[in-house]
Design a protein around this ligand. Structure first.
Ligand code: ADP
Ligand code: MG
Length: 384
């Protein structure tokens, strides 16, 4: 067990890393963050911020010398970086587990090989692969295999011709072609798994997206108990098959009543932010516990919760780049009972950038949802 006042390392300085730093500090640890952005949200709170790239081996040596163990909050950390650090100190999750989650082809192949539910897909490496793709995949979605996020690096394609054009637009980078599925709704499971193989899953949550970015999470999900249990079970199988240690997020589609895994995130997940306010132990504290070899905490959710993401457009009058830039009126949110606001300390808002979120908690799920949606409208988020 790694105990305070030991120093833990974090690769990546975004908001997920920032909440990790806060959780670790609460527990008495020190944290060093490595991120190339001098203004990174987690770097601001860290005991030391190494402003360096993920393949800066001098900085990695410093991290390995100071830290008792290292985790990641950013799935695109090169696997070679994790392998290198693992020569000196424990690294969780492992390079092998992260490598599966950071490449959509590896991810879907993993699901298929393990008999886990996934949608129809084809790996696309060449024009010939587009020509040979099963006609049943259209209409579909072409996604770059690596480095896509928040709907970026994706194109809806009605036909083979459109798929070919999109593949060229993505500079013929490796892609997956997925069948466009009719979604009833989307859910996710966040869980933590320890070195001993113990697993604690948070209750299944329901996610609503807007322009390809998570907008609202409702926890627990409205789904039937059977579907919610099933999602937890599939997520646990994924964690076991990956030999995963740490906090893992698994996104699902519910299509015609059936669960299909969409993608995995080898880190805490945006749809688990509410665990900060509505669960005994948050997904970030679980990440600290798994990394430090402590027993996992209780994942029980004590309050109904609804989380609303605050994206950069909120900083612009009228919600677009043309509008005047100004700070939203936070006093509107602080007046709402049961609401907690979390802002990430990002210096400049761009449309689509995740700047903060709020969570409303309470005893009655329907009242919590109503209050959260009213607060979302009051701060200025409107559905067109
Ligand atoms: P990201 O890495 O950007 O989160 P996702 O693959 O999760 O990428 O896609 C973002 C969103 O786009 C999904 O949550 C879902 O709403 C929609 N989507 C993606 N793939 C499909 C699909 N095959 N069928 C239907 N909707 C999809
Ligand atoms: Mg996603």
């Amino acid at each position: 067990m790694i105990l305070p006042p030991a120093t833990l390392g974090m690769l990546g300085g975004g908001q997920l890393g920032r909440f990790f730093v806060s959780a670790a500090h609460e527990m008495g640890y020190k944290v060093w963050v490595l991120d190339p952005d001098p203004a990174s949200p987690a770097g601001q709170l860290a005991d030391r911020h190494l402003v360096a790239g993920y393949e800066d081996y001098a900085a990695l040596d410093q991290l390995a010398a100071e830290c008792a163990a290292v985790s990641t909050e950013f799935e695109n950390v090169p696997a070679g970086t994790l392998d290198y650090l693992a020569k000196f100190i424990p690294v969780h999750p492992s390079a092998a587990a992260v490598a599966v989650c950071q490449n959509r082809i590896a991810e879907k192949t993993f699901l298929a090989d393990n008999g886990l539910p996934h949608g129809p897909f084809a790996a696309i490496h060449s024009d010939e692969d587009v020509a040979a793709a099963n006609a049943g995949l259209f209409p579909g979605v072409l996604k770059v295999a690596r480095f896509g996020y928040d709907g970026k690096g994706q194109a809806r394609v009605a036909s083979r011709e459109e798929a070919l054009a999109a593949f060229h637009k993505f500079n013929r980078e490796a892609c997956v072609l997925e069948k466009l599925l009719p979604l009833d709704y989307e859910v996710s499971v966040v869980l933590a798994r320890s070195e001993s193989g113990a697993v604690r899953a948070f209750p299944t949550a329901e996610n609503r997206h807007r322009h390809g970015i998570l907008d609202v999470t409702i926890a627990p999900a409205h789904a039937s108990a059977c579907l919610a249990d099933n999602a937890q079970h599939v997520a646990e199988q994924i964690a076991e098959k990956l030999g995963y240690i740490g906090t893992l997020g698994v996104e699902f589609f519910v299509t015609r009543g059936e669960l299909v895994v969409n993608e995995m995130a080898p880190r805490p997940h945006n749809s688990g932010h509410h665990t900060l306010d509505a669960c005994v132990i948050s997904q970030y504290e679980q990440q600290v516990r798994a990394l430090a070899g402590l027993p996992l905490g209780e994942a029980r959710q004590h309050s109904a919760a609804v989380m609303v993401n605050l994206l950069g457009e909120l900083w612009y009058e009228g919600g677009t780049h043309e509008g005047k830039y100004r700070e939203p009126d936070w006093s509107v949110l602080h007046a709402v009972p049961g609401l907690r606001l979390h802002l990430y300390g990002k210096h400049h808002a761009r449309p689509g950038r995740k700047m903060g979120h709020f969570t409303v908690i309470g005893d009655d799920p329907a009242a919590v949802l109503e209050r959260a949606l009213a607060a979302r409208a009051a701060i200025g988020i409107h559905d067109e």
